[in-house]
Write a new protein. Structure first.
Length: 317
């Protein structure tokens, strides 16, 4: 339970004269009552002119004032008519633990910044509500923007419009639930090119389990995705003619037959073409000429079929 100290004194003990430099009606001299509360360190108390921190005690002061020849009543007195201090009530609470936690948080943030500036990934940090408040140098360099051009809500400008809604939906859910955040989206580099990134973020919690920060990274995976797309494409296509290979043709044929079985109005036709004496061309003119002939045949067949029709080589070259 939080310990508090409450005390008060009248205008006579507080030296009611209001100095112009104070600006808030706070007496210049330390009241005697405060000297008794923090008697173990009176020098620090007296040197704290605005009473913001007295050692490790934070003070909140409430001034009771009145105009000349009127009864006390702060809520009904215009500020311009206040002429004298008639009393002061102070409340103090021990903030030692809070100061210690603040110090630990600052140390943690410093370590995070040092780590973030030393790695190749884009690194960011957000508050409990998910608002970005820090990005590392690598991030600013990638987008050619200052920190102010990315923190807050500004980062949304660099997300591909087709990916933004899903990105925000997942981020909102993570902020609400504290779940680990991971998604893929395209980000616009400083040269205007959109590249795929994997974004990950994890929350940091305090001792009571409340989220205090989000820490995340963006990793450029565009080269990896292009390589995967190429591997997937070549797994389904003939490398010489660029037509669907035998396995891909059989998949299309099965789908067409299934559609025909489920709809009496659907028809399927399969046309098989054979190149007679093709071996003679390879043997007499060489395989390079034979390969070029196959490419020319594939190109001409593609030009004479409808969209959705499939042309594919079934045998060896």
């Amino acid at each position: 339970m939080e310990e508090r100290l409450v005390f008060g004194y009248g205008a006579r003990r507080a030296d009611a004269q209001v100095p112009a430099s104070a600006g808030r009606g706070v007496p210049e001299r330390t009241p005697p009552a405060i000297e008794h509360v923090v008697a173990e360190d009176p020098r620090r108390t007296r040197e704290t002119s605005d009473w913001g921190y007295l050692g490790l005690l934070a003070f909140t002061a409430v001034l009771y004032m009145r105009p000349q020849d009127q009864l006390p009543g702060l809520s009904t007195i215009p500020f311009a008519e206040i002429t004298a201090i008639i009393g002061l009530v102070c409340m103090a609470r021990d903030i030692t633990e809070r100061r210690r936690q603040d110090g630990l948080l600052k140390e943690s943030e410093l370590r995070y910044r040092q780590l973030g500036e030393g790695i190749f990934h884009q690194v960011g940090r957000a508050g409990p509500a998910g608002k970005l408040d820090y990005v590392n140098g690598r991030t600013m360099e990638y987008f050619n923007r200052s920190s102010a051009g990315l923190i807050g809500e500004e980062w949304k400008d660099v997300v591909h419009p087709d990916d933004l809604d899903e990105c925000l939906r997942r981020w909102s859910r993570s902020v609400e639930t504290g779940e680990f955040y991971e998604t893929e989206f395209r980000l616009r580099r400083h040269d205007g090119v959109y590249r795929w990134h994997t974004a990950r973020a994890n929350c940091g919690r305090d001792e009571t389990g409340n989220i205090v920060k989000w820490f995340g990274t963006n990793t450029d995976v565009d080269d990896q995705k292009q390589s995967e797309a190429k591997l997937n494409y070549f797994a389904k296509h003939d490398p010489l003619t660029d037509l669907p290979n035998r396995a891909e043709f059989m998949r299309h044929l099965k789908m067409a037959i299934d559609r025909a079985d489920s709809n009496v109005m659907t028809r399927v036709a399969v046309l098989f073409l054979d190149l007679d004496r093709f071996k003679v061309i390879n043997d007499s003119l060489g395989h390079l000429v034979g390969d070029e002939l196959l490419r020319q045949i594939a190109e001409r067949l593609q030009k004479h079929v409808r969209p959705g029709d499939v042309v594919a080589p079934l045998g060896g070259h």
